[in-house]
Design a protein around this ligand. Structure first.
Ligand SMILES: [Zn+2]
Length: 454
């Protein structure tokens, strides 16, 4: 991976994704020390010789994409429970997940992260919530490949403490003791969390879901996160079955349940939020609670479609997530932009979500969900996380509006991806990643998991 101090990108269309939605039909970006120092129309101003230049002709530059929800370990269990709803799917997969180990996790993380960056993702989360006893340091096993690839990473220390014998959905063998969870979560913050501006690694506190976590753990997790200044993440309002579970067990709907637990706020983002009432949408917006919209996963599991247009017009932060690869076998973020736009239009008509609105979810909206104000747009002083997309090939040629070409046109791998000014995808190739060996390692790990669970 190179780390030149200065880089110039020129000759490309640019979607800045600032407040004014500034765009250039042909413009330039100058990057220095990992940040954007200037951006504008036309060619870059004269600069000293020897500076690295990236020819952006035939491309559109956008902010690097932000993936707000993922479970990297699920690369080990793709293609299963194909006709199942969420609870059936989980019930089939939990017993497999009970056997993951560090080597499997590393193989899955490499596969998942390589796929993400190839699809234009410069910042991603990973919500890991299965920690079998004696499995080793599964968090570190996902962090190391992220650092090798150079992707900005927000691993979320997940957890489950409500097993089947206590009325939860997961088998007891994949749950952990509450005190152990809180100690391990705090340990992860101590070891890994970097709060600095421009940080490449931040931890979030992330109990899994209302049907796999006790109210006590939810409350104590929120206390821990707030005492340590880290963000909170969980799954919420994904399916009607979850809503029924909450009404039966807690006497309230999922959003009300979180509200009672002190879990709404601008330091929280929630995966899914498919089933929301109008007053719940207003409550999420009023509290600044973010939503990670996962359109492909929600469609794959037949869960429904989140009310994205209502959430964004109410002012709630909304980002995009691929979700785990066991419910979105593709695992690519770029195509989720198009998917989000199309799903919103099925629900709300052709004006429900514009191409620019969909791109905003994957950039600014995601940055807001993760509490990052230095990524998500291409303005001066922002981090130099830049995606360059080719739009002069057969799939996009002749579409005059470059943003429409990118979003309406066929999803393609990113041409160049820079994170903090470093190139991590170069002409469609992920730097330092041998995709054939990553695929072979994943295949081996997936087979070993099946054998272990047999
Ligand atoms: Zn998920």
């Amino acid at each position: 991976m190179n780390s030149p101090s200065r880089v110039v990108i020129e000759g490309c269309a640019i979607a800045v994704m600032d407040d004014a939605l500034t765009e250039y039909s042909s413009g330039h970006l100058v990057i220095e020390g990992g940040s954007i120092v200037s951006i504008g129309a036309g060619a870059a101003p004269p600069l000293e010789p020897g500076i690295r230049r990236i020819d952006g002709s035939g491309c559109i530059a956008t902010p690097g994409l932000v993936n707000c929800h993922h479970h990297l370990y699920q690369w080990l269990t793709r293609g299963r429970a194909q006709q199942s709803n969420l609870f059936e799917w989980l019930t089939e997969l939990y017993p497999l997940w009970a056997h993951i180990d560090v080597d499997m996790q590393r193989a899955a993380a490499r596969a998942g992260l390589t796929t993400l960056v190839r699809s234009g993702c410069s910042t991603t989360t990973d919500h890991h919530y299965v920690f079998p006893h004696g499995a080793g340091d599964l968090l570190e096993a996902a962090i190391a490949p992220a650092q090798e690839l150079g992707v900005r990473f927000h691993p979320c220390r997940g957890s489950m403490d409500l097993g089947r014998t206590q009325g939860g959905l997961p088998p007891d063998e994949v749950t952990e003791d509450r005190d152990a969870i809180l100690a391990a979560t705090e340990g992860a913050i101590d070891t890994w969390h970097d709060p600095a501006a421009g940080s490449m690694l931040r931890i979030a506190v992330a109990p899994c879901s209302p049907f796999s976590v006790t109210a006590e753990l939810m409350r104590e997790a929120a206390e821990l996160a707030r005492a340590r200044g880290v963000r909170l993440h969980t799954h919420l309002a994904e399916t009607l079955e979850e809503q029924e579970f909450c009404v039966e067990r807690f006497g309230v709907r999922p959003v009300e349940y979180l509200d009672e637990l002190g879990w709404l706020g601008d330091d929280v983002w929630l995966a899914h939020c498919v089933h929301l009432s109008d007053s719940e949408i207003r409550r999420l917006a009023a509290t600044g609670t973010g939503v990670a919209h996962c359109p492909t996963s929600n469609a794959r599991l037949g869960a429904g479609a989140a009310p994205v247009a209502s959430l964004t017009s109410a002012g709630a932060p909304v980002g995009l997530g691929v979700d785990g690869a066991a419910s979105n076998e593709a695992g690519e973020l770029g195509p989720e932009i198009r998917q989000a736009m199309l799903v919103a239009r099925i629900k709300g008509g052709p004006a429900a979500l514009t191409a620019r609105g969909a791109l905003a979810l994957a950039t600014r909206g995601g940055a807001r969900c993760l509490g990052r104000d230095e990524i998500g747009s291409l303005e001066p002083d922002m981090q130099a996380d830049v995606a360059l997309w080719r739009i002069d090939e057969l799939g996009h040629a002749g579409i005059e509006d470059p943003v429409a070409a990118l979003v309406f046109g066929p999803p393609r791998p990113v041409e160049h991806l820079l994170v903090q000014g470093r190139t991590i995808v170069d002409r469609g190739e992920v730097v330092g990643a041998d995709e054939a060996s990553i695929a072979a390692d994943l295949d081996k790990a997936a087979r070993r998991l099946l054998d272990a669970a047999a």
